[in-house]
Design a protein around this ligand. Structure first.
Ligand SMILES: NC(=O)c1ccc[n+]([C@@H]2O[C@H](COP(=O)([O-])OP(=O)(O)OC[C@H]3O[C@@H](n4cnc5c(N)ncnc54)[C@H](OP(=O)(O)O)[C@@H]3O)[C@@H](O)[C@H]2O)c1
Length: 325
């Protein structure tokens, strides 16, 4: 097997493709032949030592992948060789084969292709937990999604529409705005060229969005929070823009608004049953055609540097896939 291995925390340039024997799964583990792995923003942070989870070196990055079970270790009863599976963890996917804890692996429902399965749970799970659980989004409400053409952003646009909300997609280019309209956004704002507050006033008749979904942070957060509607919910999802905003708290008072944290990884660990219910609902929505991963580009697994460069330079629309087939 071949695996992209991170030996130092100097970022993607330090990743090396290493050849090694296919691992035999130990107790509670499973070995999977990887079909495809998708890139999530934490995969960028983890090879620079900037992610909250810091695996021991050397490690193989790749937080989300799909494939076929090759072998299972002792005490694994929910999987068998030949099963089509998806895995969610922190590491392991950027390889031809992965040996991971069986608890991180679940069977892919019939009818779901393995490309979509590699690009689904991380982003849709996060956005579902954020919008449906943390913000308790109601039909007819207006949602502003920042970074709306990215991984979690495209998922948030589709989920908010599936929930009956009106969606305003905030993005940095007109191309990205066009993509967001294609996947269901009712309106778009290019925050690189238009003042965000004025655009939101016009688009909401002065009321502001009921929910703001923010995976970007930085300088966008304050104008977005100042625009929020009475009883609005501001979802703190991530800081892809680099800066962690510091907001004046009086803004929350003035709007009767809530700042709501979203930490999907800990939600999965702390509330496994609610997590499983959310994912089951998402697979139902997928089967009904209400959500579908947006695949930006499919690259061969050996082109990992190009994949990372696309994400690092803010070019991704939806999800980048690294494929072995
Ligand atoms: N809280 C959680 O549980 C959770 C779970 C998953 C992901 N996240 C976080 O959510 C964020 C987005 O993840 P993702 O996988 O969706 O990433 P992504 O596909 O790269 O999307 C990030 C978006 O952020 C915007 N952006 C603004 N400044 C940027 C910059 N300097 N570099 C890159 N992007 C920039 C871009 O949109 P524009 O160009 O349109 O501005 C881009 O589309 C990350 O911070 C990630 O850690 C959080």
């Amino acid at each position: 097997m071949k695996a992209w291995t991170c030996e130092t925390l100097e970022g993607v340039q330090s990743l090396r493709l290493v050849e090694q024997p296919i691992p035999v799964p130990g107790a509670g583990e499973v070995t999977v032949a990887v079909h495809a792995a998708s890139l999530n923003f934490p995969d960028l942070l983890i090879v620079e030592g900037r992610y909250q989870f810091k695996p021991a070196l050397p490690f193989v990055p790749g937080s989300e992948f799909s494939g076929t079970v090759l072998a299972v270790g002792e005490n694994v009863s929910h999987l068998k060789a030949g099963d089509r599976v998806a895995s969610l963890g922190s590491v392991g996917g950027f390889a031809t084969h992965a040996c991971v804890s069986a608890t991180a692996v679940s069977r892919v429902p019939d009818g779901v292709d393995l490309d979509d399965a590699a690009a689904f749970a991380f982003t849709y799970g996060t956005s579902h937990h954020a919008l449906m659980d943390r913000a308790a989004l109601r039909p007819g409400e207006t949602v502003l999604v920042l970074g709306a053409a990215g991984g979690v952003g495209t998922a948030a646009v589709q989920i908010a529409k599936a929930a009956g909300a009106r969606v305003i997609a905030g993005v940095s280019t007109d191309d990205k705005a066009a993509l967001c309209r294609e996947i269901g956004a009712d309106a778009t704002v290019n925050y690189a060229t238009e003042p965000l507050r004025e655009a939101l006033k016009t688009l909401t008749g002065g009321k502001g969005p009921d929910v703001v979904y923010d995976p970007v942070g930085g300088d966008l957060a304050e104008p977005a929070f100042r625009s929020i509607a009475w009883r609005g919910r501001y979802l703190v999802v991530g800081f892809a823009g680099g800066g962690i905003p510091a907001l004046p708290w009086n803004l929350a008072l003035l709007k009767g608004a809530s700042v709501v944290g979203v930490f999907w990884g800990d939600f999965a660990r702390r509330e496994p049953q609610a997590f499983a219910r959310g994912l089951a609902e998402l697979w139902d929505w997928y089967a009904a055609g209400r959500v579908k991963p947006v695949i930006d580009i499919r690259l061969p697994m050996d082109q990992i540097h190009a994949a990372y460069a696309r994400m690092g330079s803010r070019q991704v629309r939806g999800k980048v896939l690294l494929v072995n087939h």
